[in-house]
Write a protein that binds this ligand. Structure first.
Ligand code: NAD
Length: 497
């Protein structure tokens, strides 16, 4: 747990930040020496200059990754040795957790307590979990005739390009690199230009743990300049992408335009949270509904941004949700007591404020929040916002806002709730609150979403897959199923006689 005594502002003053890329085991400037300025959304302070990688750097990193893969310096190790190195990598993340948490908070704006106790811890846990798993995964023998032996084996796919977003920078990076590295691949990781700092430190710590040079390369840069050349590269075997649906579509096109690489996309969401009148614990439903939309400033892909509530308990639930808002007032992200931090940058704040204006214009009732706060800090903060009388056709209900904005929609019947819940282009997550077990199962089955929570929200862990239906994507992170994305399936058919 967090040491409440740490003076994070003081620590921030002496923090040394290296913004150079990690290529073939070395920290390097971009080939053209270009950099971009990295500012903190907390107060707009400049943090550092970061290497602005482009296609020449992508080429260099892919060549290094391919060489490392071909000479089998990592892929050829016994799984138990990769396991030990991954566990050491996880241990090093924990040993450096305060530095990593500080970087994450300064870079992205989330509260330091969340960075330390959730993001950094979960990144270490993900790397440890896949490390520990990899020497326990067996291949198959097919049920063939007596004179043949048919083996079905999984092999690493080769060079994996991982492109990740800014909302959970270290955690999303870990979701990609842990299964990819554990199964023996080489990786070129491109963090978001809005939050590249913890990914770069992961590159150092991987080397320190003993992951050989060239196996994990980290290239900071802009989407079109560094991400596109990676997605278009003829020698990258797979792109593991997490980000917006709009960019995910481009990634699929780039995969098709180049070498038909696997393109796994984990994309946006507009998740419904359905509370029926027979919900047993309305207090818990209110707490989870508010907690899950306002956590991480609402910048969560699976945030339950649409609250569907049965008319007869609506007033009671809404009153309790409004009472929860006191727990999510934006504060100084470097204060250990803060529960809501800054939006990632000015552009994201303005985009959310525009959605709030559109909600008002379309006739939704603003019950709370709706404005920028703490402007004097120089940072980008929005108060937790609740709209009532929303219809599913309004922009605030149809589009992913990616901010602390809750839209409340009222329903009268089970079928109506399911229809509204599924009436979206997304399908990442959903929740059902009821004490009727049959209703819970029946509704969960009919919801078109990759994860359905019952009487909870967002309580899952690394043991279960995470990903979306429909335009929320096509892949799954977490759990042993994630290994499927980073491995080829080979049949070896042996004639014995
Ligand atoms: P984004 O799509 O703008 O960017 C994601 C990454 O793609 C960044 O690294 C960016 O630099 C890169 N990129 C941008 N344009 C590119 C291009 N033309 N070619 C190649 N790469 C490009 O998304 P974001 O704003 O960073 O993140 C927010 C989005 O991520 C939201 O939609 C959120 O729902 C989604 N998300 C999904 C999951 C999930 O698991 N499904 C998890 C977290 C975030």
């Amino acid at each position: 747990m967090i040491d409440i005594q740490i003076d994070w502002h003081q620590r921030a003053k002496t923090l040394k930040i290296d913004g150079r890329a990690v290529i073939n085991g070395k920290r390097m400037s971009a080939a053209d020496k270009a950099t971009f300025e990295c500012f903190s959304p907390i107060d707009s302070r400049k943090l550092t200059d970061v290497a602005s990688c482009k296609s020449a750097d992508v080429d260099l990193a892919v060549v290094a990754a391919r060489a490392a893969f071909n000479d089998r310096r990592w892929a050829g190790l016994p799984p138990k040795e990769r396991k030990q190195t991954m566990i050491k990598f996880a241990d090093l993340i924990i040993a450096n957790r305060e530095e990593l948490a500080l970087l994450e908070t300064l870079d992205m704006g989330k509260p330091i307590t969340a960075s330390l106790n959730v993001d950094v811890s979960s990144a270490a846990n993900t790397i440890r979990w896949f490390g520990e798993a990899i020497d326990k995964v067996y291949d198959e023998i097919a049920p063939t005739a007596d004179h043949t032996l048919a083996m079905i084996t999984r092999e690493p796919i080769g060079v994996v390009g991982a492109i990740v977003p800014w909302n959970y920078p270290i955690a999303m990076a870990a979701w990609k690199i842990a299964p990819a590295l554990a199964s023996g691949n080489s990786v070129v990781l491109k963090p978001s230009e809005k939050s590249p700092l913890t990914a770069l430190r992961l590159g150092d710590l991987a080397l320190q743990a003993g992951i050989p040079a060239g196996v994990l390369n980290v290239l900071p840069g802009f989407g079109q300049e560094a991400g596109s050349p990676l997605a278009l590269h003829m020698d990258v075997d797979c792109i593991a992408f997490t980000g917006s649906t709009a960019v995910g579509k481009k990634i699929q096109i780039m995969a098709g335009q180049s070498n038909l690489k696997r393109a796994w996309c984990e994309l946006g969401g507009k998740s419904p949270n359905i509370v029926f009148a027979d919900c047993k614990d309305v207090d818990r439903a209110a707490e989870a509904s508010a907690g899950s939309i306002f956590y991480n400033q609402g910048e969560s892909c699976n945030a339950p941004s649409r609250l569907l509530v049965e008319r007869s308990i609506k007033d009671k639930l809404v009153k309790k949700i409004l009472a929860e808002l006191k727990n999510y007032q934006p504060g100084d992200p470097l204060d250990a007591n803060t529960t809501m931090g800054a939006m990632v940058d000015c552009g994201q704040m303005e985009s959310v404020l525009k959605y709030i204006e559109s909600g008002k214009l379309e006739g939704a009732s603003l019950l709370a929040g709706g404005a920028q706060v703490k402007a004097e800090s120089g940072g980008f903060y929005i108060s937790p916002t609740v709209f009532d009388n929303v219809t599913n056709r309004m922009k605030i209900a149809a589009e992913e806002i990616f901010g602390p904005v809750l839209s409340i929609i009222t329903f009268d019947t089970v079928d109506e709730a399911i229809n509204i819940a599924n009436d979206t282009e997304y399908g990442l997550a959903a929740a059902v609150w009821t004490q009727d077990i049959s209703k819970a199962h029946m509704v969960a089955k009919r919801l078109r979403a990759g994860t359905v929570h019952v009487n909870s929200y967002d309580e899952d862990d690394i043991t279960v897959p995470f990903g979306g239906y429909k335009q929320s994507g096509n892949g799954r992170d977490k759990s042993l199923h994630a290994l499927e994305k980073y491995t080829e399936l080979k049949t070896t058919w042996i004639r014995l006689t």
